[in-house]
Design a protein. Structure first.
Length: 279
C-alpha cells in the first residue's frame, strides 16, 4: 500500500525572522523620534531668534541673575529683598557712564564682532599659568549672559553664551547692546543698572553723575557686592579707568582705532606663532 508523502517538518521561527518583523516598527519609531527632535530644535532656534530680536526694543523687567541674587542675599542675611532696578535709555544715562563702562570693560567694543580674541587669549594664558581666574567676556557676552542666561559657570552656559552673543551682534545695534548692559549689570548689592546705582551711591540721576562718580560706579565691577565706589581703593581704580577712555563713534580717532585692530591682531598672531615655534 502506498504511503502518503511526509510533510516537511516546520522549523521554529529564528531570531532573524523575528527581527525582520520588528524592524519596520523600529524604523517607524526612529523616524518619529527624529522628526520630534528636529521640531524641538527648530522651535528652540526660532524662540531664541525672537527673544534676541525683541531685545532691540524691550528691556527685561526681571532676569535670572536678579532672581539668583535675591536668593543669595537671603542665604547671607536671612531676609528677603527685591532688587533696585530702574530702566533708562542710553541718553538718560548721561555722557560719562557709557564711556567709563567701555573704557573699563571692553575697550574694543565698537570694533569687534562680539568677541575680543586678544582678551580671551590673555585670560586663557593667565588661568593656565596659575594666575587669578580671569574672564575674557566682552560687553556683548555679558549682555547675553545677564539678559538671557544665568551666572553659574559651566560649558553649557558658555556655549549658549557664545550662541546668544552671535545673535546679539547680528540682530541688535551696538548702541542698544550698550544700553542693555547699563540697565542690567549689577553695580551694587542687589542694585542693577546705572540709574539705580547712581541713586543708591550718590542720590542723583545717572545723567547728573560727574566723570569721577561714573568711573567709580563702574570700578566696582566685577565684584559689585563687596565694593563701595566711594572708597579710596575705588578712587584709584576710577583714575585708571579715566586714563583709558576710548573714542566713541564720531569722536576724533575712532576710525583710526578701527583700522588699528586688524593690524594689532595680526601682529599678536605672529608673536604667538613665534612663541609656539620656540617651544
Amino acid at each position: 500500500m502506498a504511503t502518503a508523502p511526509k510533510k516537511p517538518a516546520t522549523r521554529p521561527a529564528t531570531s532573524s525572522s523575528a527581527g525582520s518583523r520588528w524592524s519596520p516598527q523600529l524604523r517607524g519609531w526612529g523616524q518619529r523620534l527624529l522628526r520630534w527632535a528636529l521640531r524641538v530644535s527648530l522651535g528652540l532656534f526660532l524662540f531664541s531668534v525672537v527673544q534676541v530680536a525683541s531685545a532691540r526694543w524691550v528691556t527685561p523687567l526681571f532676569t535670572l541673575t536678579m532672581l539668583d541674587q535675591i536668593f543669595e542675599q537671603h542665604d547671607e542675611t536671612g531676609e528677603w529683598a527685591l532688587p533696585r532696578y530702574r530702566r533708562a535709555d542710553l541718553d538718560e544715562l548721561g555722557a560719562h557712564l557709557p564711556r567709563m563702562a567701555v573704557a573699563s570693560e571692553d575697550g574694543w567694543f565698537w570694533h569687534h564682532d562680539g568677541f575680543d580674541w586678544r582678551a580671551i587669549v590673555d585670560a586663557l594664558e593667565s588661568n593656565r599659568d596659575g594666575g587669578s581666574l580671569r574672564g575674557g567676556s566682552t560687553i556683548s557676552q555679558q549682555v547675553a549672559r545677564n539678559v538671557f542666561l544665568w551666572q553659574e559657570r559651566s560649558w553649557l552656559r558658555k556655549g549658549l553664551e557664545t550662541y546668544y552673543t552671535f545673535l546679539l551682534e547680528l540682530l541688535v545695534p551696538k548702541e542698544r547692546i550698550l544700553e542693555l548692559y547699563l540697565n542690567v549689570a549689577e553695580m551694587g548689592p542687589l542694585t542693577f543698572g546705572g540709574e539705580a546705582a547712581a541713586q543708591k551711591w550718590y542720590k542723583k540721576s545717572a545723567k547728573a553723575l560727574t566723570e569721577d562718580e561714573a568711573a567709580r560706579i563702574i570700578a566696582v565691577l566685577p565684584a559689585p557686592r563687596s565694593r563701595d565706589p566711594r572708597s579710596g581703593e575705588m578712587g584709584k581704580r576710577a583714575r585708571r579707568i579715566r586714563d583709558h577712555k576710548v573714542p566713541f563713534p564720531g569722536d576724533k580717532g575712532f576710525e583710526e582705532m578701527g583700522e588699528e585692530m586688524p593690524r594689532l591682531l595680526a601682529r599678536e598672531a605672529e608673536e604667538e606663532a613665534a612663541k609656539t615655534k620656540k617651544k
